[in-house]
Design a protein around this ligand. Sequence first.
Ligand code: HEC
Length: 152
Amino acid sequence: MKISRKILLAATIVFIGIQFWRPIRNTQRQPLETDLSVVVNVPFKVQQLLQQSCYDCHSNNTAYPWYASTQPMAWFMSNHIRKGKSELNFSEFGSYSPRKQSNKLKSVANVVRKEEMPLSSYLWLHRAARLSDIEKLAIIHWADSTALTLDN
Ligand code: HEC
């Protein structure tokens, strides 16, 4: 067998092999009473935007695309979800102290303002998660003003 064929065969075996090793899925289904929308006032439109652009990595419920069943994509995603949730989990927002809630909302406004979030690698595959300028302003305005009410 030619060396290139051997490499191809080995790569195929590895690719098939890793398909059996799957990360646990981030799907909780039933909404929690600690969810952001229960704890603070979120206008319907803003909630929709957060759901569409942020909840996949910052909540206990990810809407998985078809390729999420394929490795190494699933690992890559699972890693983002784990890190994203540890920084900010909208599903458990109500378990944060008011001070932490306010700080997190200020961070939300900041990362959207600086276009750091949603992650660019995510936007590349999730076109629907892209935010227009008006949508960004809606999130920033809501997050900043809600943070202010929490501070008082
Ligand atoms: C593809 C996954 C993903 C999506 C979608 C996503 N984030 Fe993140 N987010 C992360 C990860 C991972 C981190 C951890 C920090 C890092 O690696 O940059 C993070 C960190 C953060 C932080 C903490 C940063 C800090 O400095 O305190 C905030 C706030 C945040 N995200 C808000 C958002 C908002 C708002 C959206 C939607 C507009 C969003 N994220 C969409 C993955 C994501």
